[in-house]
Design a protein around this ligand. Sequence first.
Ligand code: ATP
Ligand code: MG
Length: 399
Amino acid sequence: LPQEFEQAIPVLQRIEAAGFDAYFVGGSVRDTILGQPIHDVDIATSAFPAEIKELFPRTIDLGIEHGTVLVLWENEQYEITTFRTEEAYQDFRRPDKVAFVRSLAEDLKRRDFTINAFALKKDGEIIDLFDGLADLQLKILRAVGQPHERFHEDALRMMRGLRFVSQLGFTLEPRTFEAIYDNHQLLAKISVERITIEFVKLLLGAHRNSALKAFVATECYLYCPGLKQAGEALLRMADLPERPLNNEASAWTLLIDQIGLSTAEVRPFLKQWKCSNELIRMVQSLFEGVLLRKAGPFSDEALYHLGSEAARLSEELLYYYGQEVDPSVSQARYQALPIHSLKDLAINGRDLLSHFDQSGGPWMKEVLAAAEKAVIEKRVANEEKALLAFAKTIVLNNL
Ligand code: ATP
Ligand code: MG
């Protein structure tokens, strides 16, 4: 077993010593069998939340009504979730009620895909009630049970399926694919935030292109923000070279460029997806960088305004347009710029006030902006004397 599981064995032992069952479950079991690194170790148990809280001194309630308690153990933390069924789904998203049960099989039955429905015992034995091991071998994503029912119960599972296509390079088993196609309009019931999380994982996965094709073929894209008209563009994007995107801002930028948004449309589009303002600003810079860089090397002024990160990431994106550029050239030019922000300028507002017989006002901002530009373009040295002389010519011109 990987060391993350080994470390957690005492937790299972303590639960079992109290007479309950406990297993490792979820994505970490799947990823271990695939030989991939794991992030979080999830535990499922027959013990009820109150019983778990009695067994461990340090716990945090994560959602008692869903049966999840966070147990702090040594320097690690484990989500321990009581076996449950999710009987009544009324609105295609979350169960109205979860029922705690004592049976592992019941718990595994409510999981989304066969490869996510393993349980792993502490001795390493894998419990595989739905032939998930065979599906792993075949690289197939197959819904547990009746696919129609399962996507009807919880429509988010369709987006999860597509993101696993991208992350794992698996294909959707035909009946599972059909069921997604038939139920895709139920995505309208799912909160945008939850769809966004899965869609970003889809864009960042190593098998983005086949996932994008399935995203279009199942028509799920029709119920995602701002993509109703984007079917063809998404398919064009699926024909770009399949180098994984390594950050969220780059992923959105490539998408936005493919679907042909204008600069002004970027913000409203990303707002619909509930992206943070910080992310939106980064995407706006990257998008500007890509548009500029497609036309030719960055000017010094463009480098200055983009900053080093946006310049580097937008040059990395050029790869998808068949232009491989070495970002270190621009990075060196960026480092060599005489200033990197207005703070680096050898004069400031106070210097202007003390050298010119004028009261403060918008003229100062204009003069500083002109000085900033002149320094970046190396027309004036970044020295107080030179800059004050330069400022004087502007102030005189404007009088
Ligand atoms: P990741 O490696 O990205 O964390 P994961 O498979 O662990 O992938 P989680 O969202 O962490 O995904 O969920 C943990 C487990 O809970 C899943 O493996 C699956 O068994 C179950 N699960 C999660 N979401 C759903 C859902 N919407 N419907 C059914 N089962 C789900
Ligand atoms: Mg997980």
